[in-house]
Design a protein around this ligand. Sequence first.
Ligand SMILES: [Zn+2]
Length: 338
Amino acid sequence: MSRLFPTLFILFSAGLVLSGGVHAQTRIGSKIKTIVIDAGHGGSDAGARGNFSTEAQITLELALKLEPILKAELPETKIVMTRRTDIFDNVREKARIANEAHGDLFVCIHVNAMPPIPHKEFLRYETVTYYTGKGKKKKKHTKKEPVYRHWTTPSPAHGTGTYVYAADRADEKASGIAEDQRFESEAEVEDIPDPSSPEAIIKARLWSQKFFKNSVKLGTLIENEFAQIGRNSWGVLQRNYKGIWVLQATNMPAVLIETGFITDKEEEEYLNSEKGQAELVRSIANAVIQYKTLSDAPHTTSTDSTSTGKPDSKKPVDPNNGNPKPMANMPSKELKDK
Ligand SMILES: [Zn+2]
């Protein structure tokens, strides 16, 4: 008898371990139960404008094409849309939708834009007459003034970039991620709470600790997919409040994908084409599925939990991992790669 008890105990323990292992592979064990897709802008906020299309229209088309792919290929994952029609919701409302759905991932789809480049050319001098003094002291003068011709040309900026919220620039985890100042529509920039309020600072810090690393991971996967289909990838970028406040307002890892520049003639056509949209949503879906697979895989390290809230060790993130493109090079010197 005295020998039987330990044997039974070992068997029982093995059974527990085994069932735990099987359990982890099932839906209940998945860390990514709900994915929120946000089509940027909408309604009265058209976002960036191209020659014949708007950002709000393209982001909605992409979101509506991404949804059925994820539903088909991740049948056990709930897919939540912030909008399905051309409506305007401010970014607070979008964050509320994502948080109330208890999303595990927030995927914001946007289209980039750069203002045109101004040019100035000297044409000639013109003689201009002007007067000084009053009454008897009034004097007539002439002077030569240069006349310029002013015009603009479209920005050569093109390609993709995925933004993560730059919660803490001093954080070493942020190293290697480029900063970028970008053109964004006023509606996305203005309607945000005061970023210097104590509440916003606490929220930003929490976001940094809990979700930053996973956001970088997803962003890297997305940009790698874009690079593989020949897009000019700017890589994973970070910015604070301008246009991406919604990322830190969502209590989950979150990325904002700039799918291309509407101000670039070729990219505007690509973004509106069946082929371009199919390629873009396929790339995003591939990355999201890879991210989910990685998150659910048995861990060799404990650095990528979405839920522990513990800051990572001293190991910095390599957001360029496997990405052939260095980040944030202005693409003006690069050849068009489309
Ligand atoms: Zn936008």
